[in-house]
Design a protein around this ligand. Sequence first.
Ligand SMILES: *[C@@H]1O[C@H](CO)[C@@H](O)[C@H](O)[C@H]1NC(C)=O
Ligand SMILES: *[C@@H]1O[C@H](CO)[C@@H](O)[C@H](O)[C@H]1NC(C)=O
Ligand SMILES: *[C@@H]1O[C@H](CO)[C@@H](O)[C@H](O)[C@H]1NC(C)=O
Length: 338
Amino acid sequence: MLPYSRFDKLRLTERLPMRSLPRLILFGALVFVVFMLYSNYNDKKPLKEENELNVFKWAPPPVRHDTARNLTSYKSSPLFDAYYNCVYPKLRPLKGKYVEFFDEFSSLTEECDNLKAYNALDIRHVYNKDETKYIALPRNQSQLLTMVTLGIGHDIMGEISLKELHPNTQFYGADPSPEVNKILYEDKLGGKYYRYAVSGETGVQKSSIYTEQKEELAYRTETTEHIAVDYFFKYILNKSLIDILWIDVEQNEFPIMEQLHRNGAIDNAGVTICQMNIEVHSGVFEQPIGEKQMFHDFVWRVLEDRRYIMLRSYYADPFIRTFMINVGDEECRNPLLE
Ligand SMILES: *[C@@H]1O[C@H](CO)[C@@H](O)[C@H](O)[C@H]1NC(C)=O
Ligand SMILES: *[C@@H]1O[C@H](CO)[C@@H](O)[C@H](O)[C@H]1NC(C)=O
Ligand SMILES: *[C@@H]1O[C@H](CO)[C@@H](O)[C@H](O)[C@H]1NC(C)=O
């Protein structure tokens, strides 16, 4: 007598030719249903997270480089040349290597922070609660400075110190969260507060804001009114020259940075920005194109623009802070030089 299993197996094999088709179809359908349920579940999960986290859907337009932008008519200044000659050989090997470029940018360019050419500048620093901001002070202490803070984040320590360094400064601050920021910026600092998330385009979008939540301070995603940076400077502030700009806007910096290049929206609005402290974030929200690539492209375009030098960069994963001085425009450069 055959053992049961053997017998069964035999029977199965015998029956297989006749019954295999409906069985296969049934089995196939079952696999298909299970697969669909599974893939649907898998699709849904990131989608839900996406709605919560990947709120920031901005994608940069294709990068146009030197020849396409025709920058030949812009002369560089000796300050820019000194900067370029120092950083270009250090950064060139990392062109196209987005991750290494982001991670090594500040250490690679550190050696270029104290060039002899920069001795003509009076660079100071002030402290915010958790970071250092740099300022190139004008030589004339009576010169009226326009200072703009994009993203106040409940912290005006740096602005207060700047006011001590150069009392003749007018302050304008924008932040989508008014509770604490309006009081700090207007009553404590004597500036003017605007309830806006300043970014690349005007409209209602989501952004990450620093605010009080169940008696705790935390970043939270909120739908807020966004305003395009060029519109904000030109039509809300009514300024054609911003002496000092501090940007800390939790990833809305990328669409702002996009406007900083030659022939960009800020240029087209007739607005000049003389110096900036920017915090560049990587990986806070998932971007269609990685932030590290966007930063990489930004730096190469800054080098092509021959307008800003970038110094005192500081890297602490996942962000880079950098200080940029406009040495390309005379109205920015001349007041800073001895
Ligand atoms: C670039 O601009 C300069 C002056 O603005 C002009 O003379 C030159 O023909 C332009 N080159 C190209 C390739 O468009
Ligand atoms: C300094 O700036 C003030 C205000 O703009 C101006 O009146 C004065 O002439 C300037 N002084 C010098 C030495 O340029
Ligand atoms: C904008 O500023 C200019 C000069 O800086 C002034 O003449 C003009 O009146 C201002 N416009 C508004 C709407 O405040």
